[in-house]
Unconditional design. Structure first.
Length: 163
Protein backbone atom coordinates (compact mmCIF):
# COMPACT_ATOMS: atom_id res chain seq x y z
CA UNK A 1 0.00 0.00 0.00
CA UNK A 2 1.18 3.51 -0.77
CA UNK A 3 2.51 5.76 1.96
CA UNK A 4 0.71 8.70 0.38
CA UNK A 5 -2.70 9.58 1.73
CA UNK A 6 -6.06 8.89 0.23
CA UNK A 7 -8.23 11.91 -0.61
CA UNK A 8 -11.97 12.23 -0.95
CA UNK A 9 -13.29 13.31 -4.38
CA UNK A 10 -13.77 16.85 -3.04
CA UNK A 11 -10.25 16.99 -1.56
CA UNK A 12 -8.77 15.51 -4.77
CA UNK A 13 -10.59 18.08 -6.91
CA UNK A 14 -9.39 20.95 -4.72
CA UNK A 15 -5.82 19.63 -4.59
CA UNK A 16 -5.68 19.20 -8.38
CA UNK A 17 -7.50 22.43 -9.25
CA UNK A 18 -10.33 20.67 -11.12
CA UNK A 19 -14.00 20.06 -10.47
CA UNK A 20 -15.43 17.10 -8.56
CA UNK A 21 -17.15 16.09 -11.81
CA UNK A 22 -13.77 15.74 -13.49
CA UNK A 23 -12.51 13.48 -10.71
CA UNK A 24 -15.74 11.43 -10.87
CA UNK A 25 -15.51 11.03 -14.67
CA UNK A 26 -11.87 9.96 -14.52
CA UNK A 27 -12.70 7.47 -11.72
CA UNK A 28 -15.59 6.03 -13.76
CA UNK A 29 -13.36 5.82 -16.85
CA UNK A 30 -10.91 3.65 -14.88
CA UNK A 31 -8.12 6.25 -14.74
CA UNK A 32 -8.06 6.00 -10.93
CA UNK A 33 -7.96 2.22 -10.35
CA UNK A 34 -7.07 2.39 -6.63
CA UNK A 35 -10.18 4.38 -5.74
CA UNK A 36 -12.33 2.72 -3.08
CA UNK A 37 -15.71 3.60 -1.69
CA UNK A 38 -15.91 4.21 2.03
CA UNK A 39 -19.29 4.16 3.74
CA UNK A 40 -18.45 7.18 5.91
CA UNK A 41 -16.41 9.40 3.54
CA UNK A 42 -17.57 8.33 0.07
CA UNK A 43 -14.96 7.69 -2.61
CA UNK A 44 -11.32 7.78 -1.52
CA UNK A 45 -8.70 8.37 -4.23
CA UNK A 46 -5.01 7.47 -3.70
CA UNK A 47 -2.66 10.39 -4.42
CA UNK A 48 -0.49 8.03 -6.54
CA UNK A 49 -3.47 7.38 -8.85
CA UNK A 50 -4.04 11.13 -9.26
CA UNK A 51 -0.41 11.64 -10.23
CA UNK A 52 -0.46 8.64 -12.59
CA UNK A 53 -3.58 10.05 -14.28
CA UNK A 54 -1.69 13.28 -15.08
CA UNK A 55 -3.11 15.54 -12.40
CA UNK A 56 -0.84 18.02 -10.60
CA UNK A 57 -1.27 18.32 -6.88
CA UNK A 58 -1.55 21.76 -5.30
CA UNK A 59 -2.30 23.29 -8.67
CA UNK A 60 -3.64 26.80 -8.11
CA UNK A 61 -7.31 27.09 -8.75
CA UNK A 62 -8.16 29.70 -11.33
CA UNK A 63 -9.99 32.91 -10.55
CA UNK A 64 -13.58 32.97 -11.68
CA UNK A 65 -14.15 33.74 -15.38
CA UNK A 66 -10.55 34.21 -16.51
CA UNK A 67 -9.50 30.58 -17.00
CA UNK A 68 -11.05 27.37 -18.21
CA UNK A 69 -10.19 23.80 -17.37
CA UNK A 70 -9.07 21.02 -19.61
CA UNK A 71 -11.13 18.10 -18.36
CA UNK A 72 -8.80 15.41 -19.66
CA UNK A 73 -5.45 16.65 -18.39
CA UNK A 74 -6.53 18.59 -15.32
CA UNK A 75 -4.51 21.65 -16.32
CA UNK A 76 -5.38 25.32 -16.31
CA UNK A 77 -5.52 27.12 -19.66
CA UNK A 78 -5.44 30.91 -19.92
CA UNK A 79 -8.06 32.27 -22.33
CA UNK A 80 -5.66 34.97 -23.50
CA UNK A 81 -3.15 32.26 -24.45
CA UNK A 82 -5.86 30.42 -26.35
CA UNK A 83 -6.82 33.58 -28.24
CA UNK A 84 -3.18 34.31 -29.08
CA UNK A 85 -2.64 30.75 -30.31
CA UNK A 86 -5.78 30.88 -32.44
CA UNK A 87 -4.65 34.17 -34.00
CA UNK A 88 -1.23 32.68 -34.69
CA UNK A 89 -2.84 29.59 -36.21
CA UNK A 90 -4.98 31.77 -38.49
CA UNK A 91 -1.87 33.66 -39.59
CA UNK A 92 -0.06 30.41 -40.38
CA UNK A 93 -3.09 29.19 -42.35
CA UNK A 94 -3.09 32.40 -44.41
CA UNK A 95 0.63 32.07 -45.08
CA UNK A 96 0.09 28.46 -46.15
CA UNK A 97 -2.72 29.45 -48.52
CA UNK A 98 -0.49 32.12 -50.08
CA UNK A 99 2.38 29.66 -50.44
CA UNK A 100 0.11 27.11 -52.13
CA UNK A 101 -1.20 29.78 -54.55
CA UNK A 102 2.33 30.93 -55.36
CA UNK A 103 3.48 27.35 -55.94
CA UNK A 104 0.59 26.76 -58.36
CA UNK A 105 1.42 30.00 -60.20
CA UNK A 106 5.06 28.96 -60.51
CA UNK A 107 4.05 25.49 -61.79
CA UNK A 108 1.94 27.11 -64.53
CA UNK A 109 4.83 29.40 -65.48
CA UNK A 110 7.17 26.42 -65.63
CA UNK A 111 4.83 24.54 -67.96
CA UNK A 112 4.37 27.62 -70.18
CA UNK A 113 8.12 28.19 -70.41
CA UNK A 114 8.71 24.52 -71.18
CA UNK A 115 6.24 24.72 -74.07
CA UNK A 116 7.90 27.94 -75.30
CA UNK A 117 11.32 26.27 -75.24
CA UNK A 118 9.97 23.32 -77.22
CA UNK A 119 8.53 25.73 -79.82
CA UNK A 120 11.87 27.54 -80.10
CA UNK A 121 13.72 24.25 -80.54
CA UNK A 122 11.37 23.20 -83.36
CA UNK A 123 11.81 26.59 -85.06
CA UNK A 124 15.59 26.40 -84.77
CA UNK A 125 15.58 22.91 -86.25
CA UNK A 126 13.46 24.11 -89.18
CA UNK A 127 15.86 27.00 -89.85
CA UNK A 128 19.03 24.91 -89.71
CA UNK A 129 20.43 23.70 -93.05
CA UNK A 130 20.01 20.03 -93.73
CA UNK A 131 23.09 18.03 -92.91
CA UNK A 132 25.24 17.19 -95.90
CA UNK A 133 24.91 13.66 -97.11
CA UNK A 134 28.01 11.62 -97.66
CA UNK A 135 28.72 11.13 -101.36
CA UNK A 136 27.20 7.98 -102.77
CA UNK A 137 29.27 5.76 -105.04
CA UNK A 138 28.47 6.54 -108.65
CA UNK A 139 30.31 5.36 -111.70
CA UNK A 140 32.33 8.04 -113.49
CA UNK A 141 30.42 10.06 -116.08
CA UNK A 142 32.53 8.94 -119.01
CA UNK A 143 31.59 5.35 -118.48
CA UNK A 144 27.95 5.94 -117.96
CA UNK A 145 27.40 7.95 -121.13
CA UNK A 146 26.59 6.00 -124.18
CA UNK A 147 25.87 7.40 -127.54
CA UNK A 148 22.40 7.17 -128.78
CA UNK A 149 23.73 5.62 -131.93
CA UNK A 150 25.21 2.81 -129.87
CA UNK A 151 21.86 2.01 -128.44
CA UNK A 152 19.88 2.00 -131.68
CA UNK A 153 20.60 -0.18 -134.62
CA UNK A 154 22.05 1.60 -137.62
CA UNK A 155 20.31 1.40 -140.93
CA UNK A 156 21.84 -1.16 -143.15
CA UNK A 157 23.33 0.35 -146.31
CA UNK A 158 24.76 -1.45 -149.30
CA UNK A 159 28.41 -0.69 -149.70
CA UNK A 160 28.13 -0.94 -153.48
CA UNK A 161 25.45 1.46 -153.25
CA UNK A 162 22.54 2.27 -155.43
CA UNK A 163 24.14 4.76 -157.50
Amino acid sequence: MSKRPMLTQREAATACGVSRTTIRRRREAGDLPGAVQDSAQGWLIPVDDLLAAGFRLNAPSPPDGTHSFSQTAGTVVDQEDVAALRAELEGVRQEHALAVAEAEHLRRQLVDRGEHIADLQRTLKALMPAPERPPQHRPPLTQSLTLASDRWPRPVTDPAGDR
